[in-house]
Design a protein around this ligand. Structure first.
Ligand code: PBG
Length: 310
């Protein structure tokens, strides 16, 4: 009766990894319990999400090695894995499920960075934005409901917003990865999209310094001013203070991404007998709600929605 927060399947966004082929499930070793699925299987996952009351899935492609290049141009191919999956899900499920698509070049580049490199290997902001716009339009054309730029280039939200409007995608939303930190918690994700072995160095020239909190507020303010419909804080559990500040300081939906390394830590603790899965997952997700998150991207979405449904 006096409980202040509730968790329901409507709070969840379920990240899913796509791979080529048919009838494929590829388990990801560093993310026990999470697999890459071929497009036909992704449709089944989308139908499960609908049955469980999960309103939205987030898609990430594991682009075949021969389609990765320095300029990541595969991201603009209408027949790429991402767009093929979007069209397949939309034709089977219509608007019963929301599709959120990641905009960044890292699953498509031969160097694993989210942007284009100059001769010194430095990620170039403005040149990258031009490609991100093409990528976003490509996803919108395929039927994406929410474009989620995760690249952390400055100015990309405004440019993508303008391009969406000019091309008639008036109802496509933007969820900006507004406060995304350069984090050691993304390790298993890079395995999942196949960029671990390609990536040299780190992403500290464009992702945020984890020592900073005021900077996150400036990043969020910029993305809102440029036309974001909602914002995201990432990673999740070590950054609940940021989620809370965004919730308090901006009247906009804020989502938290409980990222791959957080999921892997929980699963490792469960495997070692150090934690009870149900209890620890429920507590960690309620923590996001308490901090003020409107919703949570979590690899435990299917598990916890099943549990909540009884
Ligand atoms: C790509 C992207 C990353 C994640 C989501 N989109 C990785 C990165 O920035 O290196 C991480 C998600 C996770 O760890 O679960 N730009």
């Amino acid at each position: 009766m006096v409980r202040e927060n509730q968790l329901s399947s409507a709070d969840l966004i379920w990240p899913l990894f796509i791979t080529s082929g048919n009838s494929i499930e590829e388990p990801i070793n560093s993310l026990p319990g999470v697999s890459r699925w071929s497009v036909d299987n992704i449709i089944l996952r989308a139908k499960e999400a609908i049955a469980l009351g999960i309103p939205c899935i987030a898609l990430f492609p594991n682009t075949p090695a021969d389609k990765r290049s320095a300029d990541g141009v595969e991201s603009t191919n209408p027949e790429n894995l991402m767009c093929t999956a979007i069209r397949a899900i939309k034709s089977e499920c219509g608007d019963d499920i929301g599709i959120l698509t990641d905009v960044a070049l890292d699953p498509y580049t031969s160097h694993g960075q989210d942007g284009l490199l100059n001769n010194d290997g430095y990620v170039m902001n403005d040149e990258t934005i031009a490609t991100l716009v093409d990528q976003a339009l490509n996803q919108a054309q395929a039927g994406a409901d929410i474009i989620a730029p995760s690249d952390m280039m400055d100015g990309r939200i405004g440019t993508i917003r303008k391009a969406l409007e000019m091309n008639g995608y008036l109802n496509v939303q933007i969820m900006a990865y507004a406060a995304k930190y350069a984090s050691a918690y993304y390790g298993p994700f890079r395995d999942a999209v196949g960029s671990t072995d390609l990536l040299k160095g780190d992403k500290t020239t464009y992702q945020m310094d984890y020592a900073n909190s005021d900077e996150a507020m400036r990043e969020v303010a910029m993305d809102i001013n440029e036309g974001a419909d909602s914002v995201m804080v990432k990673p999740g559990m070590p950054y609940l203070d940021i989620v809370h500040r965004v919730h308090e300081e901006f009247c906009i939906p804020v989502y938290a991404y409980q990222v791959s390394g957080e999921y892997a830590m929980i699963e490792a603790a469960v495997k070692a007998g150090s934690a009870d899965r149900e209890a620890i997952v429920l507590e960690s997700l309620m923590g996001f709600k308490r901090a003020g998150a409107s919703g949570i991207l979590t690899y435990h979405a299917h598990y916890i929605a099943t549990l909540l449904q009884g």
